[in-house]
Write a protein of this length. Structure first.
Lengths: 568, 149
């Protein structure tokens, strides 16, 4: 039903059932919000979006109140503005004053609000119950002192990720976001995806930084620092450094990273190509041996964490192939830096990832090869941007490095790993060739594309009907697990990415990622695939020579071992 | 302990989080408190994340996470008692027993709880030990009462 309501003395059309906030936004009126998250259950806990409705005694929260026909709404009346200002002043009453040292400086929503509402002094003072910073988790750090209890992290953890690792503990002025008995986050069901960091309006949640470790290693003459950059980072980093997204970013980034002091720069999509080869081989073996399906992809570390922690009974379904980060890390340490003039120095391998769970993955012992860590430090996209600024790299004056990089030689299949559905698509291309002997034509599989959380492909290869499902958002994966338990048996490969829409929206990406930037990142990756000539992993010359190398070097069957995790 | 909790949980359907509070109440009635393990069992049975169970339990004053002492002291912090310095008495008790409100002494003898009102405002400040009321307290007679136990 459509009716008209009056907003700030103007008549506008409204649909029954929508909230006041949605009608205000539609008509171009900006109301500040803190706890509001698009598409999630409204809580109305921050009260920042209050508006005045004529005839109602109290101010109402626009984000949770449905619009009604008789309403006359005032979004910026003196009473409303005064209330909002007081609300922010109260939020700031117990908030630490250390904005200058805060990791969220410049991207903090509370800071912006305080500026917008012209707050110039600390009007109220109060104390929060003293809770220490939780540094137990290898990926995420929690500082409850900066928390304003908007519950966004809780909602995304419950509704999108579906693990419920944090919750409001206590009541009233003693409440805080925490865990059972204030135990560390590392003892909880947390999968370390970092989506909570992405929605946090303040600096209460941040990644565990490896920034200083990397800087120290770069300055240490004993080390030989090398870096690998993940495709999803290549798609998103341009937003922060002020250049146009596209193919040039990669070349510019190459130059920039070498200027900063990294001796060699690698593209993680080469590692992804290797993952594709191994993953499709696992599928072929399962088909030939008539083993149990489906096979779960193992390239999302948050998903692997979920299986290991919550569903160990499904471990046998999990692919054993290493993730692109670990594949690349292994290759760097074993093959690529050997030939260089690095024998006197220790290789320090850094990975730039759009992900916080990768930090944890690099620390796990089961993925380390020969007793050393394959990847020594993982930094997120945010940390990379900080580092670029730290070194004063000006991208507008850089010349793109177009010289042929021996390790940049790659197909575009691995690039697609950055977006949900991409793993399915690239594995499908290789599997098609392995089963039929012919390349898929055209290489594009349109079912796996687009900004959706669930995509399915079904194709006939010979007599077999092969089904791939790619889901993103861990709660959707949990839903799919239920379907499989209730008897759905036509799926061969389940691709899971814990973050909605895949790594382009990962927990290490720029704060304030919206749908528009997601679309442009996705477009950048698909365009890279369009332009590349080698679209399949099994035709990538670097991969082919690598397989020769592995088989050469290892008479005993270690060749396979270094490409797989064998989880006990 | 496990058998007791299992005995309670079988009465409630699986995966139904509506029953969370009744389950917790019943467990507390049986065990006297909510142990960390019992919360885990509840979380598994009702399919509610453990932190949510803990969050709900900490919201209500009725739930305890430590085993009560054999002498359970309830100190009133109602308006009248507070005006009559009941909180100063609380710190005195805490100092004497060397525990905080909500905790139990190591020997399991005493535990302290702060309650909203004991309903004896005319005799404030008031505390009750295992249901026996002690009224018009002062620092001196608190020591006397606690030492006599």
């Amino acid at each position: 039903m459509v009716f008209t309501v009056e907003i700030n003395n103007q008549k506008v059309a409204a649909k029954s059932g929508e909230t006041i906030l949605s009608i205000l936004n539609r008509n171009g009126i900006k109301v500040p919000t803190l706890c509001h998250l698009n598409g999630f259950t409204p809580t109305g806990s921050c009260r920042m979006c209050v508006v005045e409705v004529e005839g109602m005694e109290n101010l109402v929260t626009a984000c949770s109140h449905p619009v009604e026909e008789w309403m006359k709404i005032y979004s910026h009346s003196p009473r409303v503005l005064k209330a909002r200002k007081t609300l922010v002043e109260l939020l700031l009453a117990a908030h630490p004053d250390d904005c200058l040292y805060c990791s969220r400086m410049g991207a903090c929503e509370l800071q912006t609000l305080s500026d917008e509402l012209n707050i110039t002094e600390r009007k109220y003072r109060s104390r929060k119950p003293s809770i220490i910073i939780d540094r137990s988790c290898p990926s995420i750090e929690r500082d409850p002192a900066k928390c304003i209890l908007c519950e966004r992290c809780i909602r995304i953890c419950n509704e999108t990720i579906g693990v419920g690792a944090i919750e409001i503990i206590g009541r009233g002025n003693k409440s805080s976001i925490g865990t059972q008995n204030n135990r560390g986050l590392n003892t909880q069901s947390c999968v370390k995806c970092g989506q909570c960091i992405m929605v946090c309006p303040t600096g209460a949640l941040k990644e565990k930084s490896s920034y200083n470790i990397v800087l120290e290693a770069m300055n240490n003459p004993q080390f030989y620092p090398v870096i690998q950059v993940s495709p999803a980072v290549q798609a998103s980093v341009s937003e922060d450094i002020g250049i146009k997204a596209g193919k040039d970013v990669l070349n510019l980034l190459w130059t920039a990273l070498q200027k900063m002091g990294f001796k060699q720069v690698f593209d993680t999509s080469l590692g992804a190509d290797l993952t594709i080869m191994e993953l499709s081989e696992e599928l072929v073996q399962r088909i030939n041996n008539k083993e149990k399906f489906p096979l779960f992809t193992s390239c999302c570390p948050a998903w692997v964490n979920y299986i290991e922690q919550a569903r160990p009974d499904l471990k046998k379904h999990l692919a054993t192939s290493k993730t692109p980060q670990q594949m690349m890390g292994m290759m760097i340490k074993r093959f690529y830096t050997e030939s260089e003039n690095s024998s006197s120095k220790k290789v320090f391998s850094v990975a730039v990832m759009p992900c916080t769970a990768k930090k944890h993955e690099a620390e796990k012992s089961v993925v380390a090869d020969c007793g050393t860590r394959d990847v020594d430090a993982v930094i997120t996209t945010r940390e990379l941007v900080k580092m670029i600024r730290h070194f004063g790299i000006d991208f507008s004056t850089l010349e793109p490095d177009t010289s042929e990089q021996p390790y940049g030689m790659r197909g575009s299949a691995g690039k697609l790993f950055g977006v949900s559905g991409g793993v399915s698509e690239s594995v499908f291309r290789t599997l098609h060739c392995k089963l039929t002997g012919q390349d898929l034509s055209p290489a594009k599989v349109s079912e796996t594309r687009g900004l959706k959380t669930r995509k399915e492909i079904r194709m006939k290869i010979g007599k077999m009907s092969i089904g791939f499902v790619s889901v993103s958002g861990l709660s959707n994966a949990i839903q799919l697990l239920k379907e499989i338990e209730f008897g759905r048996n036509n799926i061969h490969l389940v691709e899971v990415m814990a973050c909605p829409y895949g790594c382009i929206n990962g927990g290490g990406q720029r704060i304030g990622t919206d749908e528009k930037s997601l679309k442009s990142r996705m477009k950048a990756l698909y365009e890279a695939d369009e332009e590349e000539l080698i679209k399949v992993a099994h035709k990538n010359p670097a991969i082919l020579s690598l397989y020769e190398k592995i088989l050469d070097k290892n008479e005993n069957s270690l060749g396979i071992n270094i490409l797989h995790n064998f989880i006990a | 302990m496990e058998e007791v909790i299992d005995g309670i949980l079988v009465k409630y359907p699986l995966n139904n989080k509506e029953n969370l509070i009744p389950v917790l109440q019943e467990i507390q009635k049986e065990l006297g408190y909510l142990s960390g393990d019992s919360l885990l069992f509840v979380s598994k049975h009702l399919n509610v994340p453990i932190n949510q169970v803990y969050g709900v339990a900490t919201f209500y004053d009725q739930f305890h996470f430590h085993k009560k002492g054999s002498f359970h002291i309830k100190v009133c912090k109602g308006t009248t008692c507070q005006v009559n310095q009941s909180l100063a008495l609380l710190t005195e008790i805490e100092k004497k027993l060397q525990i905080k409100a909500g905790q139990t002494t190591r020997d399991g003898k005493f535990s302290i709880e702060v309650v909203s009102c004991l309903g004896a405002c005319s005799k404030s400040p008031v505390m009750s030990i295992n249901g026996n009321y002690h009224s018009q307290l002062s620092k001196e007679n608190i020591h006397k009462i606690l030492s006599s136990i």
